[in-house]
Design a protein around this ligand. Sequence first.
Ligand code: DI6
Ligand code: FE
Length: 389
Amino acid sequence: MVTCDGEVARDPEPGALELEVTGTRITALGRGLPRDGRRIVDCGGRLMTPAPIDCHTHLVFGGDRANEFEMRLDGVPYEEIARQGGGIKASMVATRALSVDALVTASLPRLDHLLAEGVSTVEIKSGYGLSVGAELNMLRAARRLGQTRPVRIRTTWLAAHALPPEYAGRAGAYIDEVAIAGLKAACAEGLVDAVDAFCEGIAFNTAELEPLFDAARALGLPVKIHSEQLSHQGGTALAARYNALSADHLEHATAADARLMAEAGMVATLLPGAFYMLRETVMPPVQAFRDHGVPMALSTDCNPGTSPLTSILMVMNMGATLFRLTVAECLLAVTANAASALGLSAETGRLRPGLSADLALWDVTRPAQLVARIGFNPLHARIFQGDLQ
Ligand code: DI6
Ligand code: FE
């Protein structure tokens, strides 16, 4: 058993621990627990971990952008494709064309792929609607996904993802009329757990994002940010001023950013799928995060453009191979630290009495076996809120 509550051992002691579940909760962890009247499940010597958490996804969207993949193979850079109306805007057109029902249908296979690897909790962002109505529909679809499958969905308002053509040259008006006005409407409908923004040369700058973060604060919502992905724009420092839950991507972040993140209690969410797809060469400052004690999470960033990835196991492998994280860091990055990135550390992500019984049972005996293999899923059983599935 790997509790992800502190150190992760390379070789967990065989048969060391028993775990008691009552209803939806872990109620005890230890040796020789009382058995009277309990249903006993023998896990057959398999490895148990907290169920993985995917803490940064754009899983709800319409359409497909494999054509842009081909353009990039021909040498056209991502930012150039975006300037030509591809990229996020192409997904906007395809997403606006779908009803809530159709968005659910399009997104369900992606969610199921994550669940097949034991995932208990998925964060889903808006950000491909870019109008109040279409952004609301994305989060309605996200909530519906959570009613359709046994999974915990956290929704994030990411209207500040790109500027739609109808607001070209009027970023301030877009933030006011769509990002902030829509946030209030979405919040009133119970559709928002956090607010995110894309701070980048091809998206929004820090001055434009400040009023949005002020609005989030006024509504009592935590913020997150996509920052320093393609260039250094200062989004991480802005987010730290708002005690953000996390800053995400961070390839171009500095040691000074890491210090601010530590002071603000933020998680660094690293997204190796986007790094890989864009053939990035600048690495996130992993050693600075370690030195400053910034917890690192890893996530799929599942999206139609820069990270069409729906495997949390692959993400762990990439975290190790591309970012040189240790196996222990990779495991914590998709469990305890991913929970922190969603403000859920008192709810899930560790094996600890009081937390939700969200467990994964794997046909392996050592954590390294989860991280080392590529394209192999050793999940034996998934337990969500105490239910063995
Ligand atoms: N950064 C990303 O990598 C994705 N969104 C973001 O803010 C890209 C989204 C896309 O290309 O569709
Ligand atoms: Fe993203």
